[in-house]
Design a protein around this ligand. Structure first.
Ligand code: ZN
Ligand code: MN
Length: 496
C-alpha cells in the first residue's frame, strides 16, 4: 500500500453450510425438494406447531460422520442437540436445532493444493443442524415466507484461520465441494444453495516493526465461488484502507463486524457489529434423545469411504503416468474417473485415454451439457478407441471423428474407422503415390531442401504435412517421412 514499509498478511477462516443429500428432512418425513410449490413440503414438525415432536434422521447422521471422517475429524461417540434461539419470520419455532458444545466431528484437517504446494487447513468442528425457511422479497409492500426448506439437514464445517488469500479460500471451497460430492453426502449444487460460505477475514499489518490486526469481519451467506473470491479480496483491501485512514481500526479497539456482500457493487457492507450480536441462549433440546455412535458403526462407515480425490489424483499420476493437469481434470468428477479406470481395466492405454478424456470426450460432453460418464459409449468401446490410436491404426485426429460417431452408433470403433475410411494407410505404394503428388506440387520447397541444409529438416516436415493432408490424415506419418527422405536422397544423387 502507500506506506512503503508496510506488509500485510490476510487471515481467513471459513464457515461452510453443506446441505446433506438425504431424501427427507432432518427431524421429519417431509421431502427435501428444490423449487416445489411454496409451503407444500411441510408438516407440524417443520412448521413448529405446538406438540409436534422431532425424530432424528439417521441417514443424515451417517452422512455427517462420513464427511467428518474424510475431513480427518475425531467423531464423538456421544453428542446431543441444542436449541439456538432467535426470532425471525423464516424460523417458525423461534429456535434452530443445532449442536453447540458437543459437535459430531472436531479437530480434523483437510489437505489442499495451491499452485502445486500442499496446504493443510485445520477443521475446528463439523456439526449437524437444520436449515431455516426462506423469506421472499420480490413483491412490493410484502414479504412472503416459504417454509419448504425448514428442517433441511445441514453440515456446518468451521475451519481454522489457516487460509491466506482469496485464492486459497476459493481452492478450499472447490476441493470441499469435490469431496462432499465424491462422498455422495451432498450434491453440492451452488445454484440451489446447497453450499454456502461465510468467510471470517482480517489482516495482520506489519509497519515500523510492529504488527497490527484489523477487526474480524464475517461475510454472510456467499453462494458462489466467484462471490467468495471477490468478497475476500475486497475485504482484505478494505480493512487495510480503513486502518490507514484510522489507526485505531484494530481488533480490540473496534468491534468485529458482520458484513453483507453486494454482488453488483462488488463491495461488502456493514450489517451489524459483533457487540450487537445476539445471545442465542443455547440450551439442550428436550425433545430429542442424545446421539450415540457405536465404535463399530463409525468403523463400518470409515471402511466404506472411497478413495478421496487428492489421493486418487496422485495415484493417476504415479501409477497411470498421467500429467498432473490431466489427472486433476479426470478425477474432478467421481463417475468420470470411475469410467476412466474401467476403460484402462478393459485394456485401453492410460496415456492415450488421458489425452482423449481431456481433449475429445470432455469436449463432446460439454457440447451436450453432460459429464463424460453420461455419454453413450461404455468403458469397453472408449478403451478400444484409445487402443486404435495406440496401435497406429488411426491417427489422433481421426479418433476425434470416430468418437463423435460413437455417440450415435453402437458399432465398434474399429468398424466405424473402416466404414468412415479413416484406417491409417501403411501401404508404402499408396503413400508413395501421395509423396509423388506432393513433390510435384511443391517444387520450391524441394529446391530449398536441396540447396539450404539449414532448412532441410523444416522443409521435409512441411512436405510430410502435405502428404498427411492429401491422405486425409490416413497416411502413416512415420512411413510418409521415411519415403520423403528417401526420395529427396534419390533426387540429390541423380542430380550430383
Ligand atoms: Zn416436515
Ligand atoms: Mn449454522
Amino acid at each position: 500500500m502507500s506506506d512503503h514499509k508496510l506488509t500485510t498478511r490476510t487471515i481467513i477462516g471459513l464457515e461452510i453450510h453443506v446441505q446433506l443429500a438425504t431424501r427427507s428432512k432432518m427431524f421429519c418425513d417431509c421431502a427435501v425438494e428444490f423449487a416445489a410449490a411454496p409451503n407444500s413440503r411441510v408438516c407440524p414438525v417443520c412448521l413448529g406447531l405446538p406438540g409436534a415432536l422431532p425424530v432424528m434422521n439417521r441417514q443424515a447422521v451417517r452422512m455427517a460422520v462420513t464427511a467428518g471422517l474424510a475431513l480427518n475429524c475425531k467423531i464423538a461417540s456421544f453428542t446431543k442437540w441444542d436449541r439456538k434461539n432467535y426470532y425471525y419470520p423464516d424460523l417458525p419455532k423461534n429456535y434452530q436445532i443445532s449442536q453447540y458444545d458437543l459437535p459430531l466431528g472436531r479437530d480434523g484437517y483437510f489437505d489442499i493444493q495451491v499452485h502445486g504446494n500442499a496446504r493443510r487447513v485445520g477443521i475446528i468442528r463439523a456439526h449437524l443442524e437444520e436449515d431455516a425457511g426462506k423469506n421472499i422479497h420480490d413483491r412490493p409492500g410484502c414479504t412472503l415466507v416459504d417454509l419448504n426448506r425448514t428442517g433441511t439437514p445441514l453440515l456446518e464445517i468451521v475451519t481454522g484461520p489457516d487460509l491466506r488469500s482469496a485464492e486459497e479460500a476459493c481452492t478450499f471451497a472447490v476441493e470441499l465441494q469435490r469431496l462432499v460430492t465424491y462422498l455422495g453426502v451432498s450434491e453440492g449444487v451452488m445454484q440451489k444453495g446447497q453450499m454456502r460460505f461465510e468467510p471470517n477475514v482480517n489482516v495482520a499489518i506489519t509497519s515500523g516493526g510492529l504488527e497490527y490486526r484489523t477487526p474480524i469481519s464475517e461475510i454472510k451467506n456467499l453462494n458462489s465461488f466467484k462471490a467468495l473470491r471477490r468478497a475476500v479480496e475486497y475485504e482484505s483491501h478494505r480493512q487495510v484502507r480503513d486502518w490507514l485512514a484510522d489507526r485505531a481500526y484494530l481488533q480490540g479497539q473496534r468491534p468485529n463486524e458482520n458484513r453483507g456482500w453486494n454482488d453488483e457493487g462488488g463491495v461488502t457492507r456493514l450489517q451489524r457489529t459483533k457487540e450487537e450480536v445476539h445471545d442465542y441462549r443455547y440450551f439442550p433440546e428436550p425433545d430429542l434423545v442424545p446421539v450415540e455412535l457405536a465404535p463399530a458403526e463409525v468403523a463400518e462407515i470409515r471402511a466404506a469411504l472411497p478413495e478421496l480425490p487428492l489421493a486418487r489424483r496422485a495415484r493417476f499420476v504415479s501409477e497411470l503416468r498421467l500429467s498432473a493437469k490431466d489427472a486433476e481434470t479426470i478425477v474432478a468428477d467421481r463417475a468420470t474417473a470411475d469410467l476412466f479406470e474401467q476403460a484402462v481395466a478393459a485394456g485401453g492405454p492410460a496415456g492415450v485415454l488421458g489425452k482423449q478424456f481431456v481433449n475429445v470426450w470432455a469436449k463432446l460432453a460439454n457440447e451436450r451439457g453432460v459429464r463424460i460418464y453420461e455419454l453413450p459409449p461404455d468403458a469397453e468401446r472408449i478403451g478400444a478407441l484409445a487402443t486404435l490410436v495406440d496401435d497406429g491404426v488411426v491417427s489422433a485426429t481421426a479418433a476425434n471423428q470416430i468418437a463423435e460417431k460413437m455417440l450415435d452408433s453402437p458399432d465398434s470403433p474399429k468398424s466405424l474407422a473402416e466404414a468412415m475410411g479413416l484406417v491409417r494407410v501403411s501401404d508404402s505404394s499408396q503413400i508413395d503415390e501421395w509423396v509423388d503428388q506432393v513433390l510435384a506440387a511443391n517444387e520450391r520447397a524441394v529446391q530449398t531442401i536441396l540447396t539450404d541444409p539449414k532448412k532441410a529438416q523444416a522443409g521435409e516436415g512441411f512436405l510430410r504435412g502435405q502428404v498427411m493432408r492429401l491422405s486425409g490424415g490416413k497416411a502413416d506419418p512415420r512411413l510418409a517421412g521415411e519415403l520423403i527422405a528417401r526420395r529427396i536422397e534419390e533426387i540429390k544423387s541423380s542430380a550430383g
